[in-house]
Ligand binder design. Structure first.
Ligand code: S3P
Length: 435
């Protein structure tokens, strides 16, 4: 477990080394869910053993999935239920994870029993109406029982659902996936139209597990034909590009750095952080690229003294939504203005990431203007260390520890235990890179 308060000072001689960041969070949740519905047994390699994904795996065990240790952690063997899960004996704890709760809701809504999902204070304040609405159109009965309207805990009374064509009101892979997972369970064609391309891990895993699913040429319309039981097939999960992003930024901004990141997922719906950092002048090289179901490769990042600001295009936002806090840190070290707009979704993440990012950047002396849907950062002046809250948000904690690696004085982040929701071992890897 990371300690709740972590302090760093500038890495004066740079960050150097080769590391392998943990498995992809989005893919891990989906593998646990689809593997549970699958007929047969599969080897799962490089599953993300973080709190979020362990919670999803435990939930799946309650539904009857069998998990046995593999050759070495974090690998394991998963035996599915062949679309015949059993009713959970206990309420399902989703912890901090919006992905876990929203994706499982799609599947649970179509099962012939009742279930109840709950989470921590952050998760219980995040909007669930966005998945309840489309699932209700399919006939689902989901009650949001939280203190805040439309929020968790969720009581799901399983029903026979009917297919739907749903126009997503926001670019959300979680909402898209909740509808597609429900569609997988029921007879007929269920389709979604998304206003912008979002991460397509569900669709790629559908293909891996033999579930009939098509995507239109422009990538905006996806159709699944059910009922379709996933066919168990071994899988190796690539390292999470959202976790690698902390080192892409740290390596770019800290003088003297050279970091190699191994086997990082390079899915084109997730790689905008690489394109945006390169546009800002970062020195990032991709080696040993392997193009398969989920493409991956090694990434080599070296310090760049030439970083400059950029404008993030609206279509890039869903592709790097989770990387925006650390991208904002990069922007604070880059000369000129960086415009991050059309990103109001950040307000409903694990924390209000516009408010928490802007507040912490200002605490370190950066110039930032806040907008309802984003921020403009005027970078290039040195940052100074500060004591900051991470607001229990893993990406705020890690993003501002990275800022501290290039700031004067000491930087202290409070409430860092949340790092364990996505990146166990972050602090150890950070210390191992400092020379
Ligand atoms: C995720 C989708 C994104 C992202 C989240 C993981 C997923 O959320 O922010 O961390 O695995 O589908 P939205 O789909 O709500 O934008």
């Amino acid at each position: 477990m990371p300690s709740d308060t972590i302090s760093v000072t500038a890495a004066r001689n740079g960050l150097r080394g080769t590391i392998c960041v943990p498995g992809d969070k989005s893919i891990s949740h989906r593998v646990a869910i689809l593997g549970t519905m699958a007929s047969g047994t599969m080897q799962v390699r490089n599953y993300l053993c973080s709190e979020d994904c362990i919670n999803t795996l435990r939930a799946m065990q309650q539904l009857g999935a069998k998990v046995e240790p593999g050759d070495s952690p974090p690998n394991f063997t998963l035996t599915g239920t062949g679309m015949q899960p059993v009713a959970p004996q206990h309420d399902i704890d989703c912890g901090n994870s919006g992905t876990g709760m929203r994706l499982m809701a799609g599947m649970l809504a179509a099962l012939p029993f009742n279930s109840r999902m709950y989470g921590d204070a952050s998760l219980c304040s995040r909007p669930m109406k966005r998945i309840i609405d489309p699932l209700a159109l399919m006939g689902a009965d989901i009650e949001a029982c939280g203190k805040k309207p439309g929020c968790a805990p969720l009581l799901i009374r399983g029903k026979k659902l009917t297919p739907v064509h749903y126009d997503l009101p926001m670019a959300s892979a979680q909402v898209k996936s909740a509808v597609l997972l429900a569609g997988m369970m029921i007879p007929g064609e269920t389709s979604v139209h998304q206003p912008a391309i979002t991460r397509d891990h569900t669709e790629r895993l559908f293909e891996h597990f033999g579930i009939p699913c098509t995507t239109s040429e422009d990538g905006l319309d996806i159709t699944v034909t059910g009922p379709a039981a996933p066919i168990a097939k071994d899988i190796t999960i690539p390292s999470d590009i959202s976790s690698a992003a902390f080192w892409l930024v740290a390596g770019s901004v800290v003088p003297g750095s050279e970091i190699r990141l191994q086997n990082v997922g390079l899915n084109p719906t997730r790689d905008a952080i690489i394109h945006v950092l390169r546009r800002m002048g970062a020195d990032i090289e991709i080696c040993n690229r392997v193009d398969c179901g989920e493409p991956y490769g090694d990434i080599l990042v070296r310090h760049s003294s030439q970083l400059h600001g950029t404008t993030i295009e609206p279509h890039e936002i869903p592709n790097l939504i989770d990387e925006i806090p650390v991208l904002a840190v990069a922007a604070a070290f880059a000369k000129g203005e960086t415009h991050i707009r059309n990103a109001a979704e950040l307000r409903v993440k694990e924390s209000d990431r516009i408010a928490t990012t802007v507040g912490n950047l200002r605490a370190m002396g950066a110039h930032v203007q806040e907008f309802d849907d984003g921020m403009i950062i005027t970078g290039g002046s040195p940052l100074h260390g500060a004591t900051m809250d991470s607001y229990g948000d893993h990406r705020i904690a890690m993003g501002f520890l990275v800022a501290g690696l290039n700031a004067t004085g000491e930087t202290t982040l409070q409430h860092c235990a949340s790092i364990n929701t996505s990146y166990p071992g972050f602090e150890e890897q950070m210390r191992s890179l400092i020379i």
